[in-house]
Design a protein around this ligand. Structure first.
Ligand code: SAM
Length: 391
C-alpha cells in the first residue's frame, strides 16, 4: 500500500468500500469471492487495498483488542507495533513520572502513540516512512485522540522541548530480525545518546545487562506469560536498576532488584513440597532470587531458574506446582514409572538439562488415560525428574 492508496482509503469512497469489505468478511465470504464482489464497483487494486486492511484489522485484534477494527495497519508495521496492554503500562509510567509532553521518535503506525494519548499526555510522533506517518495520524483520529505526527528523521529532530522522549528502534532489516544493536534503526550509538536525557527506549528482551548504561533502569515486561520486550528508563525516570513487570488478565505486578536479597540470602536447598517456575520477565531481569524470597523458598540449583519451597504461595511472578513424587531420571525407568501410573498425556517441563521434550515424549510411548506433568532439571548437579501438579 503506497501513500496514495492509503489516502484514498480515507476518502468517503474508500471508507464505503472498506465498510463493504468488512461486511463481506464478517458474513464469511472467502477472499476470492469477496474480491470479485468488490471489483464490481471498483478497481482490482482498490478492492485489494480494502480487503487487506480488513484482514490486517482481524490479525491486529491480538495486539490491539477492541481498538483494532477502527485502526489502520501495514503488515510490517503491525508486526513491529507494541501490543496495547504493554504500551498502556509504559504510558502509565510516563504519566506517573509527570510527563505532560512526549515525543515518539520512530512512531510507526502509532501503537505507543495511541496509549500515550489515551494517558492524557500531549504527544508528537515522527517517522521516516510517510505511509506510517499517515497511518499513525489516521489511527489517532479514528480513535478520537489528540496528537501530531510528521515525517522527520529521529536522529536530527530537536526533541529538547518535550518532557520525555520515547524511541522503539526497528530491529528488523531486509534480512529479518537483527540482534546486533548497531543494526537497529536508529542504531544503538544514537540510543545511548538519547539515554542521557529523560527518556524511555523499548529494546529487545534479550538485551545483555552489560549494555545497560549506569543509572539507567531496565524493565522486562511480559504479557500473558510471554516476555515481550524490555524498556530502558533513563534520566529522572529511572527508579531502580532492574525490574520485572508481569501483565495478565488480573492486572499488573512488578518486582525489582530492591526486592532481591541475592542468592547468598535465599540459598540452594533440597526440593520441598512446592516448585515455582518464574515468569520469563523475572528470569531475564535476573530476579529469580527475589521470587524465591517472596515465597520463602530457595533455588533447586545455583544456576537454574526453579524455586522450591515448603508451602504453597500464590505469586504473579511464577507458576506454582505441587511436587507429588520424584521419578527416575533415566529414560527406561521413567518410561516404566509412567506406564505404571497409566500416563497417556504428559507435559514435560525442563530446565538446565539437555532434553528435547518432543523427542522424549515420543520415545516414552505413553499409554493410559492419566494426564501428568514432569519436570526435568538438575538438583545438586544431578539430573532429576519430578512428578508435579499445577497449583
Ligand atoms: C519498531 S517501529 C515502532 C513501532 C511503534 N512503537 C508502534 O508501537 O507502532 C520503529 C519505527 O522507527 C522508524 N525509524 C527508523 N529509523 C528512523 C529515523 N531515523 N527517524 C525516524 N523514524 C525512524 C521506522 O520507520 C519504524 O516505523
Amino acid at each position: 500500500m503506497d501513500l496514495d492508496d492509503f489516502q484514498w482509503l480515507l476518502t468517503d469512497e474508500g471508507q464505503t468500500l472498506l465498510a463493504e469489505a468488512t461486511a463481506l468478511v464478517a458474513e464469511g465470504a472467502a477472499p476470492l469471492a469477496a474480491g470479485s464482489a468488490l471489483r464490481r464497483t471498483t478497481t482490482p487494486e482498490r478492492a485489494a487495498t480494502a480487503l487487506t486492511q480488513v484482514e490486517l484489522r482481524g490479525r491486529a485484534v491480538a495486539k490491539f483488542g477492541d481498538l483494532a477494527p477502527r485502526m489502520y495497519f501495514t503488515p510490517a508495521a503491525l508486526e513491529q507495533a507494541t501490543r496495547i496492554r504493554v504500551a498502556r503500562h509504559r504510558a502509565g509510567r510516563a504519566a506517573a513520572f509527570g510527563a505532560q509532553t512526549l515525543v515518539d521518535l520512530g512512531c510507526g503506525i502509532g501503537g505507543d502513540l495511541v496509549a500515550t494519548a489515551e494517558a492524557g499526555i500531549v504527544c508528537a510522533g515522527v517517522d521516516l516512512d510517510p505511509v506510517r506517518v499517515a497511518v499513525a495520524r489516521a489511527n489517532l483520529a479514528a480513535l478520537g485522540l489528540p496528537g501530531a505526527v510528521q515525517v522527520a528523521d529521529a536522529t536530527t529532530v530537536d526533541h529538547s522541548g518535550f518532557d520525555l522522549a520515547f524511541a522503539d528502534p526497528a530491529r528488523r532489516s531486509g534480512a529479518g530480525r537483527s540482534s546486533r544493536v548497531e543494526d537497529w534503526t536508529p542504531p544503538w550509538s544514537w540510543v545511548e545518546g538519547l539515554l542521557a536525557r529523560d527518556a524511555c527506549v523499548k529494546v529487545a528482551p534479550g538485551i545483555p545487562h552489560s549494555l545497560v548504561p549506569e543509572g539507567v533502569e531496565a524493565e522486562w515486561v511480559s504479557d500473558d506469560g510471554e516476555v515481550k520486550e524490555a524498556a530502558l528508563w533513563a534520566g529522572r525516570t529511572a527508579t531502580v536498576a532492574r525490574r520485572a513487570t508481569v501483565i495478565g488478565v488480573g492486572g499488573l505486578a512488578t518486582i525489582t532488584d530492591e526486592d532481591d536479597p541475592g542468592v547468598g540470602a535465599v540459598g540452594v536447598r533440597e526440593v520441598g513440597g512446592y516448585l515455582y517456575e518464574p515468569d520469563g520477565a523475572v528470569i531475564r531481569a535476573g530476579l529469580v532470587t527475589a521470587v524465591a524470597a517472596g515465597v520463602g523458598g530457595g533455588l533447586v540449583d545455583a544456576k537454574i531458574a526453579y524455586v522450591t519451597a515448603d508451602r504453597p504461595f500464590r505469586t504473579p511472578f511464577a507458576r506454582g506446582y505441587r511436587v507429588l513424587e520424584p521419578l527416575p531420571y533415566r529414560e527406561k525407568q521413567l518410561k516404566a514409572a509412567l506406564r505404571e501410573r497409566g500416563v497417556g498425556r504428559l507435559t514435560i517441563k525442563k530446565r538446565g538439562v539437555d532434553v528435547s521434550p518432543e523427542t522424549l515424549r515420543k520415545r516414552l510411548s505413553l499409554q493410559g488415560d492419566a494426564e501428568a506433568t514432569v519436570v526435568l532439571t538438575r538438583v545438586a548437579g544431578e539430573g532429576t525428574a519430578l512428578l508435579v501438579e499445577p497449583m
